[in-house]
Design a protein around this ligand. Structure first.
Ligand SMILES: [Zn+2]
Length: 742
């Protein structure tokens, strides 16, 4: 479907840091980038991205891979879909044949639904901009609300006409299956076997996932009729789960990440108005209470959340209700009550950018303080109500994961309520004790259940006991956390498999790196790569990988030797040009800095010196770039293969190297360190492997000798001696590692 050269072009263009940054806020650490893992509920950055290696990896949950893997997993796309995604991102044209009807049907349900929604979104946009009713009703409504054209286009607002089944007819005429229209919720089936439109006579707000794909719609009626629901939303579907989606996140994510802060508002219009007013880090929970899914999504981009709400009594109550959830997840929460007559939409429209900014500065308040103020005001001087109010606030503090934050709040509470700080701390301790006790009980019960089930049937899978609630046992200081290196997952205790893995690891990581000059049988001397060297050695010794997956990976890698040399040629040409440009630029720069020469000898002298400096710099640049190209070539190819097993193995093997890298804060880090040692490392690992094979044969022979008949012994002893000799020879070749036979 996509030809090889296009795939290669896509892989070359896809910068892993750039691709991951669309979804995860990354910070530089040494040679790598780190961030919160999008694949599990990550509290401290466990997700590593290596630009040099072109891969990412979570050291907590193990997910990761190349840019293609990341997109496949994150966006739940198939392999070719992920490639198409990247091609679109990097403006690489893919020549594709039109889908046949059969292929359309064969598309997964999810992809079909996304395709339909994309088409529908486009349809509603056209209705808004290009039809009379759309302009008269929809567009004039948006303009009335102050939305400009750019904003309307950016949020892809649309209009759905009044007709009973206008959309249904248009979509089915386009070839979309009616069942799909019902599944995604755009239409509703009727008794006559047809269908009608869900969003009749409404302005349309498409709801997008983080990647910007339309997964649902919200439609607002413009009628004053009380019988008509003001807002209608798409029902839940295979692609839309209300619990996980935040409105506006795809438009806001970059700004949230940049400012390390986000504002939460209530409705679509609030998000859009604020965005247009210049506050682009704004999202909406769309009327539902915040869920863990929402928080998980927000936390990828920031840990700082400010909730904006209407300043009336109902708004305040609603604000307080949702916030405990955010605290529990370790987010830092502020609140921003607006004047009672305003919501975010009306507020930003009636004030200038600086006025709004000033208002935020002056009125943004820490949540705990805000809550304490509200409950105290309610309690007035009633002692019972006061006690209840204090307990209420303390309960909010109890769930904050960070101990230092809890202590700070306890102190503030003691000031606010005029109560001894120690009393509050005791109360906090007591509640946390209760929570931990509760968790212990639950765990005991579940272990008991598990034990009984295991007795009944040892084969059946049983649910795991609940994980220790992390928030109760967080370390006391938010240390600059470095994820523990993952334990290598070598399942077999067989020495041979371990050694094979090391060899295949070197191939995946450094396969195309230059290793040494090799004299071939025809007498020529050619430079050979790590992969070619290992291949020669294995051919010479008639060895191959015993592990089928390693063998397959090795075979696949060898297929790329030819294309590597071709691509290297191409890369060298580009590099020569870049080096020439660099030399010209740098010479000019240095010449300008040079003081005026007094005579021609001094001039020649100066030019000589400049030339030497520039040449040296250019040499280093060329060498580094070539090394980078060679060392990442095979890694990129293998980590992006269509074959799931080989790709997964390659990604695992590459990421074996990552944790060490992260601890070293220099730019050249350990990649170069291991790469520089290849000349000893590769023969050493091959030796270990051969030695492991010999050792096993020796063990086998020894055990044969133990059980042999007397007449078989001489031959076996001779065989054993041969093996010892071989091992000795092998050790002699490697030089520094003589092994004495016993
Ligand atoms: Zn993870």
């Amino acid at each position: 479907m996509i030809d090889h050269s296009t795939v290669q072009q896509i892989l070359d263009a896809a910068d892993i840091v750039d691709v991951v940054s669309d979804f995860v806020s990354l910070k530089r650490r040494g040679a790598n980038w780190i961030g919160l893992c999008p694949f599990h509920n990550d509290r401290r950055p466990s997700f590593y991205v290596s630009r040099a290696k072109g891969i990412c990896k979570c050291f907590a949950c193990g997910e990761g891979g190349s840019a293609v893997n990341f997109i496949m997993k994150h966006e739940q796309l198939s392999y070719p879909e992920a490639l198409r995604y990247l091609a679109r991102k990097y403006h690489i044209e893919i020549q594709e044949k039109e889908l046949t009807d059969e292929e359309k049907q064969a598309q997964s349900e999810r992809e079909a639904m996304l395709m339909l929604n994309e088409w529908a979104c486009d349809y509603f946009e056209k209705q808004l901009h290009e039809t009379q009713a759309g302009q008269d009703i929809g567009l004039s409504y948006f303009k009335e609300r102050g939305f400009n054209d750019a904003t309307i286009r950016e949020f892809r607002l649309g209009y759905s006409s009044e007709g009973y089944d206008d959309f249904y007819k248009a979509a089915t005429a386009q070839g979309f299956n009616p069942q799909l229209l019902f599944d995604v919720g755009l239409c509703i089936p009727n008794e006559r076997g047809g269908g009608h439109d869900r969003f009749r006579g409404r302005v349309m707000f498409p709801i997008m996932n983080i990647a910007g794909k339309v997964i649902a719609f919200g439609g607002r009626t413009l009628k004053k009729d009380k019988d008509v629901a003001k807002y209608v939303n798409s029902p839940e579907s295979a692609i839309y789960s209300k619990r996980d989606v935040i409105y506006g996140l795809s438009q806001a994510k970059r700004e949230i990440s940049k400012q390390d802060k986000c504002f939460i508002v209530e409705g679509y219009a609030d998000v859009i108005s604020m965005h247009q007013a210049g506050f682009k880090n704004v999202i909406a929970s769309s009327g539902t209470a915040l869920t863990e899914g929402h928080i998980h999504a927000i936390r990828r981009f920031t840990g700082n959340v400010t909730e904006m709400f209407d300043g009336d009594a109902a708004g305040v109550k609603a604000a307080i209700r949702g916030v405990d959830m955010l605290l529990k997840e370790g987010l830092s929460i502020k609140v921003l009550p607006l004047p009672p007559e305003d919501d975010p939409d009306t507020f930003v429209r009636s004030h200038s950018y600086t006025e709004v900014e000033d208002y935020i500065k002056q009125n943004e308040e820490d949540f705990i303080n805000f809550k304490a103020g509200v409950v105290l005001k309610d309690a007035k001087n009633d002692p019972i109500k006061r006690t209840a109010a204090i307990t209420d606030v303390v309960k909010s503090i109890v769930i904050i994961p960070d101990e230092i934050a809890r202590m700070v709040y306890a102190k503030e509470c003691s000031n606010l309520f005029g109560i001894d700080e120690q009393t509050i701390l005791r109360q906090i301790k007591q509640y946390r004790g209760k929570a931990i006790e509760q968790w212990r009980k639950e765990r005991q019960q579940q272990q008991e259940r598990q034990r009984r089930m295991e007795q009944m049937s040892s084969a059946d899978a049983v649910p795991q006991p609940p994980a220790m609630p992390e928030e109760l046992f967080e370390p006391q200081h938010p240390v600059d956390h470095v994820a523990a290196p993952a334990v290598p997952t070598v399942a077999s205790s067989n020495g041979i498999t371990v050694q094979e893995r090391e060899v295949i690891r070197l191939i995946v990581n450094y396969g195309m790196c230059y290793l040494t000059d090799t004299r071939y049988e025809d007498g020529t001397v050619r430079p050979s790569t790590v992969l070619e060297h290992i291949n020669n050695e294995l051919t010479w010794d008639m060895m191959s990988f015993s592990d089928p997956l390693y063998r397959k990976t090795f075979e696949v890698a060898k297929q790329y030797i030819g294309s590597y040399y071709k691509d290297l040629e191409r890369f060298r040409k580009g590099l020569d040009e870049r080096v020439a440009q660099f030399v010209a630029r740098e010479s000019e720069r240095l010449n300008q800095q040079e003081p005026e020469a007094l005579d021609s000898a001094a001039l020649i002298n100066a030019q000589e010196r400049i030339k030497n400096i520039v040449d040296a710099k250019a040499g280093v640049m060329a060498k580094n770039e070539l090394q980078q190209f060679s060392s990442s070539y095979l890694t990129k190819v293998l980590c992006s293969l269509d074959d799931d097993d080989v790709r997964q193995l390659a990604c695992d093997l590459v990421s074996d190297n990552l944790p060490q890298l992260s601890k070293i804060h220099t730019q050249y880090a350990v990649i170069l360190e291991e790469q520089d040692k290849l000349l000893t490392l590769v023969p050493d690992r091959l030796y270990n492997w051969k030695n492991a094979i010999l050792q096993q044969r020796i063990n086998d022979t020894k055990s044969s000798i133990a059980h042999a008949r007397p007449d078989e012994l001489p031959q076996l002893m001779e065989h054993l001696q041969e093996l010892y000799n071989l091992r000795h020879q092998l050790a002699a070749i490697i030089g520094d590692r003589v092994v004495n036979p016993k």
